[in-house]
Design a protein around this ligand. Structure first.
Ligand SMILES: CC(C)(COP(=O)(O)OP(=O)(O)OC[C@H]1O[C@@H](n2cnc3c(N)ncnc32)[C@H](O)[C@@H]1OP(=O)(O)O)[C@@H](O)C(=O)NCCC(=O)NCCS
Length: 302
């Protein structure tokens, strides 16, 4: 398969929302890594070089090869020739972002072991992934979470709090990454309630943020160790189909089925969620991205 053909079903990538998940440990082939390095711009290569640890250099290389190789295909451009600019607060944007179907939007998140890219046409997107098999810094909830989020968190049995913490954290990050606010956001000024099993309510009390009903969220276990959330803008046309892919950049892309742990947005009754696949998380049928048994705490959500 040539570099040009590694990504199947290109037409659907131009229309819906696509989520591209790369396991960093599956991208170790030396010749592939050399190809990835050849895609980076001079400033990206320099940024990669400056990381102190090899693990961080690897994460950066694969993540940015993922961005360039996928978006290159969607935009019909050589991956190494793509140029990016920065929106307010540093959100990366594609410079010549118009495909034949509209404006190409994307967002990237990476953490220990995993990189996730979300792409869409004509709708703003944000993504966040966290490695959740580590102690949750619950003490920072008071500082970053809304009073409602802290209240709901503290009402849970202590053993359920870490999962809720990471769940809220990735929701909040996905949102500020979609809007592009980044670190400038007042994180306690918007709020997610997860008291309705499998659903979520989203409220904003801060001026300057777009209204709640514009946004839709979905959260899933990307691996037994990673919790991820996408945040999508809902244009007039409503929600698109969201497709998930397990990707080795420039080599393979496999369509996978994902069961959401929770999804929703503003509690407006007209949310057209049926075109998505918001199946409740079923621990008996882990989705193909799961290597082993799903996270017990997350799986125990009703
Ligand atoms: C971008 C930010 C919002 C998220 O960073 P993060 O979670 O550490 O990192 P992620 O892996 O999810 O995302 C990094 C990528 O987001 C993109 N990004 C950078 N700035 C961004 C912005 N303002 N908006 C959207 N995306 C942005 C870049 O592609 C970046 O990748 P790169 O650094 O390799 O170029 C950053 O501002 C940050 O440090 N946030 C932490 C804030 C915090 O304390 N949150 C508490 C949540 S409750």
């Amino acid at each position: 398969m040539s570099e040009r053909e590694w990504l199947p079903d290109l037409d659907s990538c131009l229309t819906g929302v696509n989520v591209w998940v790369s396991r960093l440990d599956q991208c170790r082939d030396e010749s592939l890594l050399r190809q990835y390095a050849s895609l980076l711009s001079a400033s990206e290569s320099e940024r990669r070089r400056r990381f102190l640890f090899e693990g961080d250099r690897h994460t950066y290389l694969v993540s940015h090869a993922l961005v360039r190789s996928v978006i290159g295909q969607i935009a019909g451009e050589e991956p190494s020739r793509l140029t990016f600019s920065e929106g307010r607060n540093g959100k990366p944007l594609l410079h010549h972002a118009l495909s034949r179907l509209g404006r190409i939007e994307f967002n990237l998140s990476h953490t220990d072991g995993l990189a996730i890219l979300c792409t869409a046409t004509n709708r703003v997107v944000g993504v966040d992934v966290e490695h959740v098999h580590r102690p949750a810094p619950l003490e920072v909830a008071q500082r970053y979470f809304s009073s409602l989020e802290v209240e709901e968190l503290m009402q849970l049995p202590p053993e359920d709090r870490p999962t809720r913490f990471w769940s809220l954290w990735t929701l909040k990050e996905a949102y500020i990454k979609a809007t592009g606010h980044g670190l400038s956001a007042e994180l306690s000024q918007f709020s997610f309630s997860l008291s309705r099993p499998g659903a979520l309510d989203f409220r904003i009390s801060m001026e300057g943020f777009a209204e709640c009903s514009r946004w839709w969220f979905a959260q899933w276990a990307a691996t037994p160790m990673h919790l991820a959330t996408i945040c999508l803008e809902q244009p007039e046309a409503g929600l698109p189909e969201v497709r998930f892919w397990e990707v080795v950049p420039l080599r393979s892309a496999r369509d996978v089925v994902v069961n959401f742990l929770t999804c929703g947005g503003d509690s407006a009754p007209s949310l057209p969620t049926t075109t998505l696949k918001p199946a409740p998380f079923d621990p008996a049928t882990p989705h193909p991205l799961l290597l082993g048994p799903p996270l017990p705490k997350i799986a125990s959500r009703p």
